[in-house]
Design a protein around this ligand. Structure first.
Ligand SMILES: *Cc1c(COP(=O)(O)O)cnc(C)c1O
Ligand code: SF4
Length: 358
């Protein structure tokens, strides 16, 4: 059985807060990320106490979230992501993904804490399985950004492994089941783990001969591109198992400057890089936005994989787009772009053997 080396067993709380004095650049950036609505808006030349901003908010139909909502799911926006927003623009598609609105506290029929039935898919501590041949690890509950539409915003992360030795049952379970050919690091965001911790977990999985592929579902290359270090790439390309990175960008404006550089660096290292996006009202709910997103992705060598119909998680109803519109746009996209540029429009329906194509 693969196991976690003793050297990493001490002092190994994987979700500990980064120490700015000691950490890599990306960890410093994370420590300095924006954590309040007030600061977020001020940095965009908007002031929630200023009558002019207040009337702009009203015209845009935005009512800011109350303290309760913020305490439950705080604001978190790295400076690097903020830098890609247009100051003064309440319709900015990046701002809309991270701006907490009062609508998050509305209870809307059909919107529930766990619409994708993650909690019924728990196979062992830290491991979810819904589909044949692949398991998903809840590698950490932490993220570098808080996306207001997040489908795991209510996930009980505190119950999942934190210290490295807590992963032993999951590793044993994977090792004992030869039908598992792919392990997906998810979360939260698995690239929030530092290199040493990621390396230990990957190395342990890499020793299991039937694990053919190790996949990472991560938003860090998009929201905190400094995370894509040469050391990280060396670790990934050094694995016996085939690494696959699935990033998450919803709008072409995310895919510029050092984010574009980081994605290109990953792609050129030979690692397959795919993107999953969510269809979001106010962010990418028009044909032009989806076309630009897909074009920019393929121009960076990143393959559009999935476009998700929003999972109906409590507090996210204001992001939902009529799925008939999504279907129409995907059809229109197919008439405009190469076949490989068209993501599959999918929805996760509990109990189905795969994500359902709409
Ligand atoms: C979405 C998901 C996967 C990945 O599905 P693919 O179609 O292989 O991308 C795997 N496990 C779970 C639990 C998922 O929700
Ligand atoms: S990065 Fe993913 S897991 Fe984290 S808040 Fe955003 S959607 Fe949720």
């Amino acid at each position: 059985m693969p196991s976690v080396p003793d050297a990493f067993l001490a002092n190994s709380d994987v979700s500990s807060v980064p120490n700015p004095a000691r950490s890599d650049g990306w960890q410093r950036e994370l420590a300095n990320a924006i954590r309040s609505v007030e600061v977020l808006l001020r940095r965009l030349n908007l002031n929630p106490h200023d009558p002019q901003t207040q009337s702009q908010l009203q015209i845009a139909g935005i009512q800011l979230a109350d303290q309760d909502t913020l305490q439950h799911f705080p604001v978190l926006v790295p400076e690097n992501f903020l830098a890609r927003m247009t100051p003064g623009d309440l319709h900015d598609p990046l701002l809309r993904q991270v701006l907490p609105q009062a609508a998050e506290s509305l209870s809307v029929a059909g919107f529930v804490p766990d619409p994708v039935s993650d909690l019924n898919a728990r196979r062992t501590v830290g491991v979810l399985q819904k589909y044949a041949g692949r398991v998903l690890l809840i590698a950490t509950g932490a993220c570098a950004v808080h996306c207001r539409y997040c489908f795991r915003r209510d996930y009980p992360y505190a119950e999942e492994p934190r210290r490295l030795q807590d992963w032993q049952p999951a590793l044993d379970e994977i090792a004992s089941d030869h039908s598992i050919t792919e392990v997906i690091f998810s979360g939260g965001d698995p690239f929030m783990l530092n290199d040493a911790r990621l390396q230990v977990l990957c190395a342990a999985l890499d020793q299991i001969p039937h694990v053919e592929r190790i996949r990472f579902h991560t938003r860090l290359p998009v929201v905190l591109p400094a995370r894509v270090t040469s050391e990280l790439i060396t670790m990934l390309t050094g694995l016996r198992a085939q690494p696959i990175v699935v990033v998450h960008a919803n709008h072409a404006n995310e895919l510029v400057s050092d984010c574009a550089d980081a994605l290109r660096k990953l792609v050129r290292s030979g690692i397959p890089v795919l993107n999953q996006a969510v269809l979001l009202s106010g962010v990418n709910d028009n044909l032009g936005a989806l076309e630009m997103l897909c074009r920019r992705l393929i121009n960076l060598g990143v393959m559009p994989y999935y476009l998700h119909q929003l999972d109906r998680v409590s507090g996210t109803a204001h992001f939902e787009v009529d799925r008939a519109l999504g279907q129409q746009w995907i059809q229109n996209l197919a008439a405009r772009l190469p076949g490989y540029a068209i993501p599959r429009f999918v929805q996760e329906i509990p109990g189905e053997p795969n994500k359902t194509t709409l």
